[in-house]
Write a new protein. Structure first.
Length: 97
């Protein structure tokens, strides 16, 4: 569980916080023989959608190559959020000789 946090570079704490989140991760292994092991890992078991962090960026948009032309894709909200990792599962066999 990670508590809510202020956006990076929000020194006056005037913007809403990044919401708190919790994720469940699992890992395990089973030793089949002395030389063979099965293993598995699951990250974000319930596939929660969350933001790991937040910060600000320039909203001026992307410049046109033509002199005097307007900017492309001008944005209004300077906040940006880093999405958390989605569900991921890994499994494998480890063998030693």
């Amino acid at each position: 569980m990670t508590g809510s946090q202020w956006l990076i570079h929000d020194d006056n704490n005037l913007n809403p916080k990044v919401p708190a989140y919790a994720v469940v991760n699992l890992h395990g292994s089973y030793q089949v023989t002395k030389n063979v092991e099965l293993f598995g890992l699951v990250n974000n078991l319930f596939n929660n959608h969350y933001y790991a962090a937040g910060t600000f960026f320039q909203t001026s948009g992307f410049n046109s190559n033509t002199y005097g032309a307007p900017n492309f894709f001008v944005l209004n909200d300077p906040r940006t959020f880093l999405p958390g990792m989605p569900l991921a599962a890994y499994a494998g066999v480890r063998a030693t000789f």
